[in-house]
Design a protein around this ligand. Sequence first.
Ligand code: PEP
Ligand code: MG
Length: 568
Amino acid sequence: MPDLDAPPRVLHGIGVGPGLAAGPVARMASPPALPDPRPVLPDQPAPTDLPVSDPDRELADAVRALEATEADLRARADAATGEARDILSAQAMIAADPTLREGVAERVRSGDDAPHALRSTFDRHREILAALGGYLGERAADLDDIAHRAIAAALGRPMPGLPAPGHPFVLIADDLAPADTVGLDPETVLALVTERGGPTSHTAILARALGLPAVVGCAGILDVPDGTLVTVDGTSGRVGAGVGEEEAADVRARAADERSRLAAGRGPGRTADGHPVDLMVNIGSAADLRGADLDGVTGVGLFRTEFLFLDRRDAPGLDEQVTAYAEVFSHFPEGTVVVRTLDAGADKPLPFLGLPEEPNPALGVRGLRVARDRPGILDTQLAAIARAAERTTADVWVMAPMVSTPPEAADFVARARAFGLRTAGVMVEVPAAALRAERLVEVADFLSVGTNDLSQYTLAADRQSGALADLLDPWQPALLQLIATCADAGRRSGRSVGVCGEAAADPALAPVLVGLGVTKLSMSPRSVPAVRARLAAYERAECEELARRALDAADAAAARAAVLTAGP
Ligand code: PEP
Ligand code: MG
């Protein structure tokens, strides 16, 4: 039980998902570390947290752990819907499989304690599945998840993965990877707070995709006991831990007011004096559009195609890709869809590519660079996009990730055109590309600034690093200056220059980006209302003045302060 008499504490992190929330915390438990096996010296006392050396008891413990795992997975399956329900039911059946129990019994007979017998039995089954390849091979990773749960149960630790306290909660974690959050239900999770992670981390992207208030890089959050009532301000990054019911109710009421204020704003993006700004959405698949309010949205500014390639042993075939792309296009018969070709490597590892290990993957073979040795993957993808484009009235654009030089851009554009794709552009994620934007727009039809990577490479700060979150802040004047270079090149050439990184989802930054000359802002669907509302509050000349203030500032915090103190 949390200590309800402990005084409230204020923790600070970086707000990455605007909005307010209040509720009890529940943590994402990490996979349990396996303790050393029982001591080998007969005269050495057994550590107290290890089971005694009694095979019958070890076996009973292991069986109990498997039963608890099965029950937990079944309960989760019952509470889930659709694909998540099927996956969880299948996992529950695996946990109940008699061959698994026989394997565990054999390991116990040969001297293992319960946790080690579970580990080695699951490892053995994993090897067998992996060797089969294909669909069954892909299921090998599912066994790891079940194994972690069973071992945690045998050790008396909390089961790893998403908690299921049975009521809405604020999810706290060290950091969140995409796989950790499969099945995360935005109806039950009120907000996300992580100890690590920066403004461009996957936690931030996920929070915006789900429309959840979120704070990352929040030191001390993991010391807050489960069940403690907290308030979360995803704009300022402030987390109040151990607050009372009254304060929580006040925060909930303010959150509801803010939601209805934003919902009242409709229509396309424009400044107070009517200067149009394309508001577009970032998606990974058609599923991200389910339930999205697309009022005033002109299309998809970033379709991240790598989600189709995740967790696979082989690349998806042409037909499968055509179907997936056509499904997305069908949502925008009168809009534009910008498809980004595969961005593999570094923070998006795709095992099927079998890329060699590199000491510094973020600076290695990733994004468009993969096509140097493997042009077939890009060509198949361009062929599939072109074929899907023939089936739709949507205006289909393609763009390449991680372009560094004008010849790379020219090569990509020529390839795209060879497949009949009329509008081909590039992402600006590397400082070299931003500095040479003037040359890029001579060969590319448009530029889209990926601020997540551009800030990582400009400030030399790993985008996953919570410790360097201040450097990764999209308000860094150096980053804004590179965006201005791109926008100037766009203005002079008449090419469109958009921003599709997380910076575009920050309502306070939106007028600054427009003031720099950006014409399109692409963000998670749920971020659109707040960005639209903020843009509508300024005239274009005021946006330009805000941009000047931000560019003049010494660092990100000063830039933010200079803009926020200017009103409205
Ligand atoms: C970016 O880098 O800003 C971007 C939009 O791409 P991703 O986050 O997918 O790397
Ligand atoms: Mg990127």
